[in-house]
Design a protein around this ligand. Structure first.
Ligand code: UDX
Length: 468
């Protein structure tokens, strides 16, 4: 099939490359000429594991091309995927749909004949009919455009895998024809028995925001438990392990720590709340305000613990930050909890030195006031406190004995509950975490019990293919 993919960011670039990889002829379109040039040369404009291979394969096959022209898109195919960003509006919780509207308007001006426009971006419920009406007002007489919604559930870091082997495909359509077209697009996945849910556009739009709301709620739930654990001297990691054995609950997305960030979860729960208020059902999703508040609190709690470890104030202190991206295996720093903490500590007067395996370029652009280091040891040199804020596997490989020699004082906060606390403590570090008891704060018998009953570090380690 021929298709265009409009918007070649984290979502669109992967979708375009993967659609070509499964045999379609694809034109990727973006207004950013530099990005388009990079993609056309088979170079991903951002870090995403596995994307370079798929992109190289797809461009070499001749099935994937790129352009900045919407008129070329209109002439190239009659199926168009819209993958542009829907960020949070400045000064409001609602989603900013200007990019979606601009693509629709720009494309509509060049359309003739029959077309199917398939939205993949995350949008407020009700967007599909709104865009269909907008198109009817622009396209020339005799041109028919149907709008469908096909939400994307890919996780950054696993985007290629999630696109080629999704958990499910959800489409919101208004005609059997649109359903047939989308079944053809995803034929290889359907042959692999990937569940295919064909429904109305409103339900499809809602599946995406409710899925992200559920995931955000799960994370904030365990982070709320972490706060209770801190007050009660309990261990949230063991608590989550025990909860996770209940298959109705499951262990995924129960990793307590600094909380969620990124270009999706935070803005999606806010936009969903804003849309629900518009629909008069704000109270039904009122809990999402709490989910957001719990999440923001983890950032403040981390700053508070760091200040405490630094001796009560940050002025004149040097703080090392390990991790800048919102999660590992990505260079995405949008709404990154790690950078939010680093910037807050810098504002309080500390010298903050940040390391990240892939995110330094983006972090430097967003926070030029921080200092950046290419090696973890550079960030840690002379540090009064080391903060582990994004759980890159590289940081598990660090040697705490060697690192203790470069810092000024061996004090660590593991805000992702991902390092082997026992190993770091045995190497002379004072270690604090969110929701885990500090031996120094525990009564003697509890301390002894902990040492005896805790599972091995390997037992607590997340499997490399874990969903988060
Ligand atoms: C998310 C959804 O998973 C995906 O389905 C949707 O399409 C887009 O939004 P992504 O933003 O790539 O994907 O990140 P995800 O892996 O979901 O993690 C989101 C944030 O939650 C990260 O900051 C991560 O560190 C944090 N997180 C995740 C936790 O704090 N604890 C967890 O247990 C899981």
């Amino acid at each position: 099939m021929r298709m265009t993919v409009i918007g070649t960011g984290y979502l669109g670039a992967v979708h375009a490359a993967c659609m070509a990889d499964i045999g379609h002829e694809v034109l990727g379109v973006d207004i950013d000429g530099e990005k388009i040039r990079a993609l056309a040369e088979g170079r991903p404009p951002f870090f995403e594991p596995g994307l370079d291979e798929v992109l190289t394969r797809a461009t070499a096959s001749g099935r994937l091309r790129f352009s900045t022209s919407l008129s070329e898109a209109a002439a190239f195919a009659d199926v168009h995927f819209v993958c542009v960003g829907t960020p949070q509006q400045a000064g409001s919780d609602a989603a900013d749909l200007r990019c979606v509207d601009a693509v629709v308007d720009g494309l509509a001006a060049h359309l003739t004949g029959a077309h199917l426009l398939v939205g993949k971006s995350t949008v407020p419920v009700g967007t599909t009919p709104r865009l269909a009406a907008r198109l009817r007002g622009i396209v020339p007489a005799g041109c028919e455009v149907e709008v469908a919604w096909n939400p994307e559930f890919l996780r950054e870091g696993f985007a290629v895998e999630d696109t080629l082997r999704p958990d499910r495909i959800v489409v919101g359509v208004t005609s059997p024809r649109a359903d047939r077209v989308l079944r053809e697009v995803y034929a290889p996945m359907l042959a692999d028995r990937v569940p295919y849910v064909s429904t109305d556009p409103a339900t499809a739009e809602l599946v995406k925001v409710s899925a992200n709301s559920f995931l955000a709620t799960k994370i904030s739930f365990i982070n709320a438990m972490a706060e209770v654990c801190d007050a009660a001297g309990a261990d949230v990691v063991t608590l989550a392990d025990a909860l996770g054995h209940d298959t109705r609950i499951g262990r995924r997305f129960l990793h307590a720590g600094l909380g969620f960030g990124g270009g999706c979860l935070p803005k999606d729960i806010r936009a969903f709340s804003a849309r629900a208020r518009e629909l008069g059902v704000g109270e039904a999703v009122g809990f999402l305000g709490q989910v957001d508040a719990v999440n923001q609190r983890q950032r403040r709690r981390t700053v508070d613990i760091a200040r405490d470890l630094a001796g009560g104030e940050f002025t004149g202190r040097r703080i090392a930050v390990l991790g800048a991206t919102f999660k590992p295996n990505s260079d995405d720093i949008r709404d990154s909890p790690a950078l939010a903490v680093a910037a807050a500590i810098h504002r309080e007067g500390a010298e903050v030195r940040v390391h990240d395996p892939e995110g330094l370029h983006n972090a430097r652009l967003a926070h030029p006031e921080l200092r950046y280091e290419n090696e973890p040891s550079g960030a840690c040199a002379g540090a009064d406190v080391v903060l582990h804020l994004t759980e890159w596997s590289d940081y598990r490989e660090l040697d705490p004995v060697k690192l203790a020699r470069v810092v000024r004082t061996p004090r660590l906060i593991d805000a992702r509950n991902h390092l082997d606390m026992g190993l770091w403590r045995a190497s002379g570090w004072t270690v604090r975490a969110l929701g885990r008891p500090s031996p120094a704060l525990l009564p003697g018998p509890a301390r002894a019990g902990l040492a005896l009953s805790r599972p091995s570090a390997a037992g607590r380690q997340r499997p490399p293919t874990a969903r988060c």
